[in-house]
Design a protein around this ligand. Structure first.
Ligand SMILES: *Cc1c(COP(=O)(O)O)cnc(C)c1O
Length: 373
């Protein structure tokens, strides 16, 4: 293998983070959100690792199929439901739970009046204005769904928080009150909280929680790191130095010559760029880790490479490992420099990046060799 640019996924860290959710919510049931290739960590692998969750959640049929094809028999929730009546057959075949958020989907269930029962999650809007019935329609829709022969007896009731990561914003409490109000008198398990809801708004926990980001060891909260929350980063993105040199005082670096060396200094080139999914950010100071030292990225990130200031680590040489994010540099930190959100980065990696798995059933000793290679 010529290029040592890889994402090392620690499945045991994901299992640990799942346990951290469990510790926080006790008996409350957990729907592990594995949509978008498990946030870039590998849908089948993560699904396998978390098959003991009360349910797995995906965004679309394709993702649900992939889980079933991997032999995973865990309950699977289709978060957006289906968009065409003919998809009902598939839902039955794959034994999926359906979120129902729109009248068109109610009609599909009413038309499919024979066959096995389908678990339904009635979704309504408490302030996000994305998917879901208006709150005042909930009792009526609930009754309509109850009358559908294909809808299983127990109906779940759900909504979604829009500002749960804003720990000073009371809107989550407002949404929670609206949620409680809207489902008053209706039977069925309730679900409202995503990761930030679980961590910052425990009153939103109800009967089912839906963690995504935190399972991957990434904090959704601006004021607390993953480590402070007891989470372990699941992805280590690493590459290596492929060139080092001494640049002269006044020398420009990279496309557009956006960085000028303030003195004679060692610079290094790392084999990763935006063609791998590393953000082509404009902030000059995003750090990478080399030999335990944080070295800032300088100049513009290129497609295949980026340049770093090696002054913190002058003895660095070709072949030295470089951490872009993972154990020491948290994803939210890089996201901040890149002016984006943590959710975006791991799932933005391209196929060119090698993915290696540690932990899980095959390596009973866990992560003992982690980071040594
Ligand atoms: C993606 C998603 C989640 C998980 O959100 P995180 O912030 O990643 O924890 C939960 N619920 C729904 C409906 C989602 O779409």
């Amino acid at each position: 293998m010529s290029r040592n640019t890889r994402a090392v996924i620690d499945l045991n860290a994901i299992a640990h983070n799942f346990q951290q959710v469990k510790k926080r919510v006790g008996q409350v049931r957990i729907m592990a959100v594995v949509k978008a290739d498990a946030y870039g960590h590998g849908l089948a692998q993560v699904g396998q690792m978390l098959h003991h969750a009360d349910a797995l959640a995906v965004a679309c049929l394709k993702e649900a199929c992939e889980l079933r094809e991997a032999g995973i028999s865990t309950r699977i929730v289709l978060l957006e439901g289906i968009h065409k009546a003919q998809d009902m057959a598939r839902v039955r075949d794959l034994n999926l739970d359906l979120v129902v958020h729109h009248l068109s989907q109610v009609a599909m269930l009413e038309q499919a009046n024979s066959g096995s029962a389908v678990n339904v999650w009635l979704k309504f809007d408490t302030g996000m204005r994305r998917l879901g019935f208006p709150m005042e329609d909930v009792p009526h829709i609930y009754q309509r769904l109850k009358r559908c022969h294909v809808v299983a007896d127990t109906m779940q009731l759900m909504s979604h928080l829009s500002c749960a990561d804003e720990v000073d914003n009371p809107f989550s409490q407002t949404q929670n009150q609206r949620f409680i109000q809207a489902v008053q008198g209706l039977e069925g398990p309730r679900s409202l909280a995503n990761s930030a809801g679980i961590l910052a708004w425990p009153e939103c926990t109800h009967d089912w929680v839906r963690p995504g980001l935190m399972l991957y060891g990434i904090s959704p909260l601006p004021n607390q790191s993953g480590e402070e929350l007891g989470l372990k980063p699941a992805m280590q993105l690493e590459s290596e130095l492929i060139s080092t040199a001494t640049a002269a005082h006044g020398q420009p670096v990279g496309y557009g010559a956006t960085f000028t060396c303030p003195e004679q200094m060692p610079v290094g080139v790392v084999a990763i760029g935006y063609g791998d999914g590393y953000p082509r950010h404009t902030h000059p100071l995003a750090p990478v880790l080399i030999k335990g030292k944080r070295c800032p990225v300088i100049g513009n990130v290129s497609m295949d490479m980026l340049t770093v200031d090696l002054r913190p680590c002058p003895d660095a040489k070709i072949g030295d490992k470089v951490e872009l994010w993972g154990q020491n540099i948290a994803v939210p930190e890089v996201a901040k420099y890149a002016n984006t959100i943590p959710w975006v980065l791991p799932l933005g990696l391209t196929d060119r990046v090698d993915v290696q798995y540690h932990g899980g059933a095959k390596i009973p000793t866990g992560i003992a060799d982690y980071g040594e290679n």
